[in-house]
Design a protein around this ligand. Structure first.
Ligand SMILES: *Cc1c(COP(=O)(O)O)cnc(C)c1O
Length: 338
């Protein structure tokens, strides 16, 4: 198998780094305090295998019961656990295309098959995405999607869940930047699971924490196939402090959304086609300039964006929403190149 290749993480300073959708701002100050407190108590003991402190805090914030939450070492761990639980060897996992490339690798690791259903050109989902199929065991839907930042409506998701013969995981890694989310849908439909990440909206990509919301009977099955101590004491404490500080999240979100507007308008002014994003990045396609040389020239000038090539669909530049200054630097360099 090919294996998943993550975005570049340059180990030298000096890059304007807009390629892996990290948050440009520091996390809530409560995070460092919580980590220091754990260090003071020591790391000799194993952590709580179910991360109870986080489950209780998140349940309170989200208006759920803790039994509806399972924590993971990043939401990628959640995606692995869900794939492992539902998709056996030779069985089928469905994903939209273009979307998050990792889903396909997860199927391969299981010895399972995957089926990519193309988005329509306007990034809506066609009827084929909800069609039952033999051996279909799990469907992934990132919402907002990457690389487009577009969304599928709640109505369409409920309709999908009705038609599909298997669980449907809504990957809300970017859900906090969107106008709506699906966190309440698992309550009305056992087949719907919703995953969340702390890497983007909570500015904790270096920490590794995520969770999934599903009905307790579903969570119980997922627990069976996770690593016993999949979240460490430092990340549990940090994520608990982060989720408790909703004022920080609200303020950070407002800043990112304001800069996303500047980025979108700036790229359109340079002649790019930019679909309206509900995430912390935009998808940029130029009608006449090939994307790859633009990416390469930007990289030479120490501005790192993500060049994405999707055979059968097309290529483009995915640009993360950094600070106003970072976004301005990127726009200025692009204007020079064009
Ligand atoms: C970033 C991302 C994730 C992974 O998040 P982690 O919590 O860092 O593992 C999952 N899904 C999508 C669509 C993402 O873009």
């Amino acid at each position: 198998m090919g294996g998943y290749v993550p975005g570049e993480q340059p180990q030298t300073a000096g890059f304007v780094k807009l390629n892996t959708n990290e948050n440009p701002y520091p996390p809530s100050p409560a995070v460092a305090k919580a980590v220091e407190e754990v260090l003071r108590r020591g790391l000799q003991k194993y952590p709580d295998p179910m991360a109870g402190a986080f489950r209780r805090q998140a349940a309170e914030v989200l208006g759920l019961h803790p039994d509806w939450i399972l924590c993971g070492n990043g939401s990628d761990d959640i995606l692995t656990i869900v794939t492992r639980a539902f998709v056996g060897q030779g069985q089928m996992l469905r994903l939209p295309y273009p979307s998050y490339i990792l889903y396909k690798s997860l199927a391969q690791i299981q010895g399972a098959r995957s089926e990519e259903i193309h988005f329509e050109r306007d990034w809506s989902l066609g009827a084929a995405f909800g069609r039952p199929a033999a051996d279909l065991r799990l469907v992934f839907l990132p919402n907002p999607n990457s690389p487009s930042g577009t969304m599928v409506s709640r109505e369409a998701i409920l309709d999908l869940a009705e038609r599909l013969p298997c669980p449907l995981l809504i990957d809300e890694a970017y859900g906090d930047f969107a106008e709506f989310n699906c966190l309440d849908l698992p309550a009305g439909n056992e087949k719907i699971l919703v995953s969340r990440s702390f890497s983007k909206s909570y500015a904790l990509a270096g920490l590794r924490f995520g969770f999934v919301v599903a009905q307790p009977r579903m969570i119980e099955q997922l627990v069976k196939v996770k690593d016993s101590y999949n979240c460490d004491a430092l990340s549990i404490a940090a994520a608990t402090a982060a989720v408790a500080d909703q004022a920080w999240l609200k303020e950070n979100r407002a800043r990112i959304l304001a800069t996303r507007k500047r980025l979108t308008e700036g790229m359109r002014a340079l002649g790019f086609e930019v679909v309206q994003s509900q995430a912390n990045f935009t998808w940029n396609v130029h009608p006449s300039q090939p994307a790859k040389p633009l990416y390469e020239r930007l990289k030479q000038q120490r501005v790192l964006v993500r060049y994405m090539d999707y055979p059968g669909w097309g290529d483009g530049l995915r640009i993360s929403v950094g600070t106003d200054q970072e976004v301005q630097t990127c726009l200025d360099h692009l204007r020079g190149i064009l």
